[in-house]
Write a protein that binds this ligand. Structure first.
Ligand code: 3UK
Length: 541
């Protein structure tokens, strides 16, 4: 029996009932853990005690922090949280900041102290912050001064949020001042492996955001699967990514993965495609983590980018179009590692690298996880079929107090909401989110296939394809297209793109309507919000 350290059992008490949990499987040696563990001890303290305290851990605009310096600061913040502010294990702490060293320090301190981190996406506004605070019943927030405004207005509507402590305040007050009073090492809370460490909110395309619960063991399990077997990360690696640490893709990519192997991370508060490329050179980055669109923008029109240290690039969050994969390979020589992950699963569970890559496919299920595709009745389908993606592994979905648990988890499988084709070699080919399948004139059209075809045209910078209501045809395929600069969005361009698509995929899939726009609606994770385009179209009739 494991012994929980949580004296505040709010989150533990709101886990789904055991019979609604997904199966958790620990089949590979890499994910055997003791019943008691604090993941920050494993990610940080072990390196210092093993004599690697002087190795670089975090690079940023403010300079470099070694593992020892990082540990010192983490221990200071942990003291402030529990000894100054009086928090007890199991309390939730909201984190709000751009990606910078202080955010990393705060995340590690919260978890080391046995508290539960509730990171928030930088783009969240007052209304969404209120939802997060109320749902997770957050009493304390650590907030970068630059992000104070929205949180302050949210606090007025949330009596539960008693205290906000600011950091990176030019006035020098706040968290840093409190930290300076602490010099002793901090003993990590003696948490159970399955004590909750993180409540991560989904980007929530529709309805109320969902809060996913992840334990100390889950944090280690994601570090010991994808980054080790597929990326083959090592202590020599320097990682740099675009996703915020509040998005679990970014948490792994830019914090826990590099720390787990004794490597380093570069944390950038702001970047553009150009400045990110510059930073790869400046910090001698070896592995980048980003979204398909950002790789496309970085590849730009340049045929050759001089990035001598860069060895690997990981893409996740959305399907990686073949044309984007090709552009990045032509620019850098690197074959992108595409991977599908989900907030519910914490990180990536299907991916392939190097020689194993099949352009157009996401990849194979990674060691430690199992995946299959199911028909409408929950029966596994044979290779060659298209169905609902189902996955299980050492991590899985546990929503905080949410009816939708029964939708995501069925018969022990996590159902991500994606439609995939599984081929005879075990490769998974993304078709669409189930909600994004367009039914037009009796045919099923997967929007991403039409998008892929459009993206092959050199005039197209980005695009999104949805079903739009049509008086005659019921639903038609409609494309929203952002053109590269120098191209005009006129009728001639529409006809050219329509013909272009017809030549590449079955003609009935071509977009009958095309609308040119300056940008696509995107969530803070970088994902295109197709539902917003759909809603707009439905609002027109
Ligand atoms: C979609 C992909 C095709 C897919 C995430 C890596 O994206 C992450 O989590 P979210 O909860 O969204 C999950 C959904 O996003 N998706 C993600 N990656 C791919 N579709 N190809 C891909 N490579 O619909 C999935 O169900 O925001 C990604 C690591 C951690 C994450 N949380």
């Amino acid at each position: 029996m494991s012994v929980s350290a949580h004296r505040d059992t709010f989150v533990r008490d709101r886990m789904p009932p055991r019979d609604q949990w997904p199966d958790l499987i620990f089949t590979i040696p890499a994910v055997q853990y003791p019943e008691q563990l604090n993941c920050v001890t494993e990610l940080l303290d072990t390196w210092v005690s093993q004599g690697r305290g002087d190795a670089p851990a975090i690079f940023s605009a403010d300079g470099m922090l070694t593992y020892r310096q990082l540990q010192e600061r983490v221990d200071q913040v942990a003291h402030v949280l529990t000894d100054d502010l009086g928090l007890i294990p199991g309390n939730r702490v909201l984190l709000r900041s751009p990606n910078n060293p202080m955010l990393a320090i705060c995340w590690l301190a919260v978890v080391k102290a046995g508290l539960i981190a509730v990171p928030t996406m930088p783009l969240l506004r007052e209304k969404e912050l209120v939802e997060v605070i109320e749902k997770a019943q957050v009493g304390t927030a650590l907030c970068d001064k630059a992000f104070a405004d929205e949180l302050q207005t949210a606090q007025k509507r949330c009596p539960v949020l008693k205290q906000i402590v600011y950091c990176n305040d030019a006035a020098g007050a706040g968290l840093e001042e409190r930290m300076s009073g602490w010099h002793e090492p901090y003993d990590a809370a003696a948490t159970a492996a399955d004590d909750p460490a993180l409540v991560a909110f989904t980007s929530g395309s529709t309805g109320k955001p969902k809060a996913t619960i992840h334990a100390h063991r889950d944090i280690l399990a994601i570090c010991d699967c994808f980054p080790k077997s597929i990326v083959q990360l090592s202590a020599n690696d320097i990682c740099m990514g675009t996703p915020p640490l509040a998005f679990t893709f970014g948490l792994g990519a830019s914090l826990t993965f590099p720390l787990r192997v004794g490597g380093a991370t570069v944390l950038l508060e702001k970047f553009t495609p150009e400045s990110f490329l510059q930073a790869i050179k400046e910090y001698r980055v070896t592995v980048t983590w980003s979204s398909p669109l950002f790789y496309r923008q970085m590849a730009g029109s340049a045929k050759k980018l001089e990035l001598p240290t860069l060895q690997k690039s990981v893409s996740a969050g959305e399907a990686l179009p073949v044309s984007t994969r090709t552009l990045w390979r032509e620019a850098t020589g690197i074959e992108i590692i595409d991977g599908i992950g989900a907030t519910e699963m914490l990180h990536i569970f299907i991916a392939s690298a190097g020689e194993e890559v099949r352009p157009g496919a996401t990849g194979k299920v990674i060691p430690g996880y199992e995946a299959c595709i199911l028909d409408g009745n929950g029966q596994a389908l044979p290779a060659g079929s298209i169905g609902r993606l189902a996955v299980k592994g050492p991590t899985g979905c546990r929503y905080l107090d949410d009816e939708r648990q029964r939708i995501y988890v069925q018969d022990g499988w996590n159902l991500t909401g994606d439609v995939y084709l599984l081929d005879a070699d075990g490769y998974f080919w993304f078709q669409a989110r189930a909600d994004d399948i367009i039914v037009t004139a009796g045919y099923n059209v997967a929007g991403p296939e039409v998008e892929e075809a459009l993206l092959m045209h050199p005039a197209v910078a980005e695009c999104a394809v949805v079903g739009a209501p049509d008086e005659v045809r019921g639903t038609i395929v409609k494309a929203f297209v952002v053109l590269r600069s120098g191209h005009a969005g006129d009728d001639a361009m529409k006809r050219m793109l329509q013909d272009f698509v017809k030549q590449r995929i079955a003609p009935y899939k071509y977009p009958r309507a095309i609308e040119f726009c300056d940008a696509l609606p995107r969530a803070g994770t970088g994902k295109v919000q197709r539902y917003r385009l759909r809603q707009r179209e439905q609002g027109k009739v």
